[in-house]
Design a protein around this ligand. Structure first.
Ligand SMILES: *[C@@H]1O[C@H](CO)[C@@H](O)[C@H](O)[C@H]1NC(C)=O
Ligand SMILES: *[C@@H]1O[C@H](CO)[C@@H](O)[C@H](O)[C@H]1NC(C)=O
Ligand SMILES: *[C@@H]1O[C@H](CO)[C@@H](O)[C@H](O)[C@H]1NC(C)=O
Ligand SMILES: *[C@@H]1O[C@H](CO)[C@@H](O)[C@H](O)[C@H]1NC(C)=O
Ligand SMILES: *[C@@H]1O[C@H](CO)[C@@H](O)[C@H](O)[C@H]1NC(C)=O
Ligand SMILES: *[C@@H]1O[C@H](CO)[C@@H](O)[C@H](O)[C@H]1NC(C)=O
Ligand SMILES: *[C@@H]1O[C@H](CO)[C@@H](O)[C@H](O)[C@H]1NC(C)=O
Ligand SMILES: *[C@@H]1O[C@H](CO)[C@@H](O)[C@H](O)[C@H]1NC(C)=O
Ligand SMILES: *[C@@H]1O[C@H](CO)[C@@H](O)[C@H](O)[C@H]1NC(C)=O
Ligand SMILES: *[C@@H]1O[C@H](CO)[C@@H](O)[C@H](O)[C@H]1NC(C)=O
Ligand SMILES: *[C@@H]1O[C@H](CO)[C@@H](O)[C@H](O)[C@H]1NC(C)=O
Ligand SMILES: *[C@@H]1O[C@H](CO)[C@@H](O)[C@H](O)[C@H]1NC(C)=O
Length: 400
């Protein structure tokens, strides 16, 4: 039997999640698992869930109607087969990748396509911000330009909807047969993040990486100031943060490698390797009920050192803060500054937030925190460049 590429793709798109699909591209197909069949010439067909291809565009089912999104330049919508498991996934993909189904199927099947590439030693970054402690793996997984079959997440090819168990309003997951390796190509209006802090938004192609076990989820709590403390105005005070289940002291250059590598774990302890930030935001009052503006903050610092024997990290708020009420929060991050990624949805909060008051002249204070001058400190380089009392709108972390 002969099919045009287009009709072949359409047939494939009708066959999502159908068992025994393997190698049977010209068979008749049935609908299953709430995935709709769709008349290719009728974009106004109703749907209940799932993706399809219409005129080379990705058609997503939104509120019972297909919504078309053009694929990026050089891309077309296609239903790619899974050869290790039944079904297909609908995605924007490179035209050239569609030349033969066997190419795709082989990649899924287990043939290692990466043999030609030999491991190379990564060039160390020459940035002055670099800690010099990184030594990334030189395995094939870091050099191959093709997806290794061993890392394919087969569940990604399912949209998660189940007519018996899905909650009302649950939406279909985006699906992929190739771990979304070219996902950003489907968002042609967004630049690649490329290790930069792009304030206008971007698409980041780095995988999320290693996730710790539930017994290794980090947690932080402020020691000083304590919640509801009243501290004197314009007076240096010390922040003490207690952390547990967190491998501290790991941070990369935030200007060149922002969210540019997967989350990594300490190979022996299994803890996330990262660091904490502390941000202080001014409030109208301690009982403020309106959300704050994340682009504005009164103080920001990265706690880049290793925690001391007590599990404490420190920073000075040099010069203190003007009279007012404040919210102080942690932002725990993996070493490439991404928020820590944890293994389960239902869990306690890793970050801490406290509220405190900076008293005006003549007002009493009740903080018992030690003065910075006499405080025991872990040995560390000067951290003045890591602190910043920023003007509103300057939310870019500096080289720390
Ligand atoms: C398209 O689908 C709608 C709704 O199912 C139907 O009313 C209409 O007649 C169809 N149009 C064509 C050209 O098939
Ligand atoms: C995929 O693997 C199956 C089972 O090992 C084999 O029968 C099939 O020919 C393979 N397909 C390709 C395209 O290599
Ligand atoms: C691929 O690499 C494996 C392991 O190094 C080797 O055994 C195999 O012969 C290679 N295949 C090709 C086609 O080079
Ligand atoms: C980097 O890894 C290589 C190979 O495992 C090792 O020989 C080298 O000592 C490591 N370098 C550092 C700085 O850890
Ligand atoms: C997801 O993958 C796991 C492990 O392979 C499997 O047990 C599970 O059934 C899959 N879930 C779905 C919905 O396919
Ligand atoms: C839907 O969920 C039920 C209950 O968990 C399960 O038995 C069934 O296999 C699921 N169906 C599909 C198509 O995954
Ligand atoms: C960001 O977006 C604004 C508003 O659209 C635009 O004026 C500005 O030039 C953009 N900046 C960059 C770096 O693209
Ligand atoms: C500090 O004083 C304020 C105002 O009297 C009080 O509300 C708060 O609980 C006190 N905090 C501590 C930590 O003692
Ligand atoms: C917060 O408390 C102040 C007095 O301390 C009061 O004037 C104000 O109305 C309160 N605001 C809210 C939102 O409760
Ligand atoms: C805080 O200031 C004190 C006194 O200047 C200094 O000894 C200490 O190292 C500073 N701590 C931090 C974390 O910068
Ligand atoms: C504290 O600092 C703020 C901002 O720099 C300033 O406006 C205020 O006058 C200072 N207060 C005192 C008592 O020096
Ligand atoms: C943002 O902070 C950086 C580093 O402190 C500084 O160089 C830059 O001028 C600031 N930008 C604005 C708009 O305040």
């Amino acid at each position: 039997m002969k099919f045009t590429l287009f009709s072949t793709l359409l047939l494939a798109s009708l066959a999502l999640a159908r068992p025994n699909l393997r190698h049977r591209w010209s068979s008749s197909f049935q609908q299953q698992n709430g995935i709709d069949t769709i008349n290719p010439n009728n974009a106004s067909s109703s749907c209940t869930s799932g993706n399809a291809c219409i005129d080379g565009q990705l058609a997503r089912c939104v509120n019972g109607k297909y919504v078309l999104s053009p694929c990026g330049p050089g891309l077309t919508c296609a239903a790619l087969p899974l050869s290790d498991s039944p079904g297909t996934t609908v995605t924007c993909t490179m035209q050239t990748g569609l030349k033969t189904r066997t190419t795709i199927a082989r990649a899924v099947n287990g043939t290692n396509p990466a043999n030609a590439t030999s491991p190379t030693t990564p060039t160390p970054p020459d940035s002055p911000c670099d800690s010099g402690s990184t030594n990334s793996s030189t395995s094939l997984g870091q050099t191959s330009l093709t997806l290794l079959p061993s890392v394919i997440a087969k569940n990604f090819s399912k949209n998660g909807l189940n007519t018996t168990t899905s909650e009302v309003g649950e939406v279909a997951s985006l699906m992929s047969v190739n771990n979304f390796i070219n996902y950003c190509a489907t968002l042609p209006n967004l630049p690649i993040t490329n290790g930069q802090q792009l304030k206008n938004g971007s698409c980041n192609p780095a995988p999320m990486g290693a996730i710790p076990s539930t017994s290794k989820m980090p947690s932080a709590k402020f020691v000083t100031p304590v919640n509801l403390a009243v501290v004197p105005q314009n007076t240096t005070f010390r922040i003490t943060l207690a952390v547990k289940h967190f491998a501290t002291g790991y941070f990369v250059n935030p200007n060149t490698n922002y969210v540019a590598a997967p989350q990594q774990l300490d190979p022996t302890a299994g803890l996330i390797q990262g660091h904490a930030h502390v941000v202080i935001e001014a409030l109208e009052s301690l009982n403020q009920t309106t959300p704050t503006d994340p682009t504005k903050f009164a103080f920001f610092v990265a706690l880049n050192n290793k925690a001391d024997a007590n599990g404490h990290l420190y920073a000075n708020v040099t010069g203190g803060l003007p009279k007012g009420t404040y919210k102080m929060s942690t932002l725990l991050a993996a070493m490439n500054h991404q928020p820590v990624l944890l293994p389960v949805v239902e869990r306690g909060v890793s970050d801490d937030t406290i509220y405190f008051t900076v008293a005006g002249a003549g007002q009493s204070t009740n903080t018992t925190m030690p003065t910075p001058t006499n405080a025991p400190q872990p040995s560390q380089p000067t951290s003045s460049s890591a602190t910043q009392t920023a003007s509103p709108g300057n939310a870019t972390e500096t080289c720390d």
